[in-house]
Design a protein around this ligand. Structure first.
Ligand SMILES: [Zn+2]
Ligand SMILES: [Zn+2]
Length: 427
């Protein structure tokens, strides 16, 4: 800490004031009549020289000028800038530890709130003595508190992003914490055609709860988000969860294959290291085969951006009615594959999305099998392609469509996502 006396007195430091103007600033500083503690007076030259604490800077300056050290304050609380805050850093360490009681944390940062009038007084002092080397009381206090907290707890400070941010409200004498969220990456399979990916607030009451939603506030009783997030949230003893999927499938489409990548974010977790085996067990117990999760692992918040920005191709299994002939399909696929499709926002989502025209490419269409009523196809398409509309044409809003080219009014009977081609495929 820079506020106490150093273990070995700083040796007279010829050259400490060698920078142009430093000697004159230092003499003005020593002549000031404000009541200042050695930390705050020395910090006026805080960015001059390296390897000094601020009280050592003050000593080096006086010895180089041959001046006496300013008379010490009777009480550190009399300091007009810090009011003794540096002297009380051990108490701040205790306050921070008390504020973090009951929270799991491994890394932290420190911040502080100061009386704006004192901050202004400090800047005025720099201006009046002409110092361009001043360091703000806030920056110095945050650093010194961080060092002290780090040595008291053995945990590294100044880590970004930290598990906890401590805020020392200096005028109020109170420490509080901001808890960073935790993030878990995984892939989910959805085997239920009635399950949305995320919570969907009731359209009638917007989540408050009404007769239509039977008081749940939701359009659907459950979602992948809740089935996955609920068990992990309770293990983390957190306050809430957010589910970030790499895109989403329609509610009535299953998500098969290796599943779809997602990041689950848990806010204000009391526990940050979760027993993942137990988490997976609870997810599978609650989901009853409707959702499966694999590859669950902690990740950083940066993964959210990556997962949301990804635009992977998808391969679908599409069951269409009536059935189509393999030869006919093979003729039209040559026309369709690799050629941009023009899709207007589908009628079924037009009530909640802007009516746009977009170009999307179907990469491949493959005939799989047929029975009397239906045929199964596999379609690989660019991210954002509306598959149902690619099949039925949506009244001419998607062109060309399979129906248009085959001359048959086809409907999608069932849709599954077989693969999200996110580049993590196993060879
Ligand atoms: Zn002070
Ligand atoms: Zn409702």
């Amino acid at each position: 800490m820079s506020s106490g006396p150093p273990a070995t007195p700083a040796s007279p430091a010829p050259g400490f004031l060698s920078e142009e103007g430093a000697a004159s600033v230092a003499s003005k500083l020593l002549a000031r009549s404000e009541r200042l503690c050695p930390e705050c007076r020395g910090r006026t030259l805080g960015r001059l020289g390296h390897g000094y604490s601020n009280p050592e800077r003050l000593r080096a300056a006086t010895s180089e000028l041959g001046a006496p050290l300013p008379t010490p304050l009777e009480n550190p609380e009399d300091c007009e800038l810090c009011a003794g805050a540096f002297d009380r850093i051990p108490r701040w360490v205790e306050r921070c530890r008390a504020a973090a009681e009951g929270w799991e944390w491994a890394t932290f940062r420190c911040g502080s709130r100061w009386d704006p009038e004192r901050l202004a007084r400090e800047e005025a002092l720099w201006a009046e003595v002409g110092s361009s080397w001043g360091e703000s009381v806030r920056t110095a206090f945050n650093r010194e508190l961080g060092k002290a907290l780090s040595s008291a707890t053995g945990k590294p400070g100044n880590v970004d992003p930290p598990d906890l941010v401590f805020l020392a409200d200096v005028p109020a004498g109170l420490a509080s914490i901001t808890v960073s969220p935790i993030f878990y990456y995984g892939r989910y399979r959805k085997l239920d055609r009635t399950l949305p990916q995320t919570r969907w607030p009731c359209r009638a009451c917007h989540g408050k709860g009404c007769t239509r939603c039977e008081g749940t506030g939701k359009m659907y009783r459950e979602s992948v988000e809740e089935l996955v997030g609920g068990p992990l949230l309770s293990l983390a003893q957190g306050e809430g969860h957010a589910f970030h999927g790499m895109g989403r499938e329609d509610i009535d489409a299953r998500m098969l294959g290796r599943g779809r990548p997602f990041v689950l974010e848990i806010s204000r977790p009391r526990k940050r290291t979760l027993p993942l085996e137990e988490g997976l067990r609870r997810i599978s117990e609650g989901a009853q085969g409707r959702v499966e999760v694999e590859g669950l692992a902690p990740c950083t918040g940066g993964e959210v951006e990556r997962v949301k920005a990804a635009r992977p191709d998808k391969t679908y299994r599409v069951v269409v009615r009536p059935s189509v002939l393999e030869e006919k399909l093979n003729e039209v696929r040559l026309v369709l594959e690799g050629r941009p499709l023009e899709q207007r926002t589908p009628t079924r989502v037009a009530h909640r999305r802007a009516d746009l025209r977009r170009l999307r490419t179907v990469k491949s269409v493959r005939y799989v099998t047929s029975d009397a009523e239906s045929s199964t196809l596999e379609v690989r398409a660019e991210a954002g392609t509306y598959i149902k509309e690619f099949v039925d044409g949506d009244g001419g809003r998607t062109r060309p469509s399979l129906s248009e080219l085959l001359g048959v009014a086809l409907k999608v009977q069932a849709l599954d996502v077989l693969e999200v081609h996110d580049g993590a495929e196993v060879a």
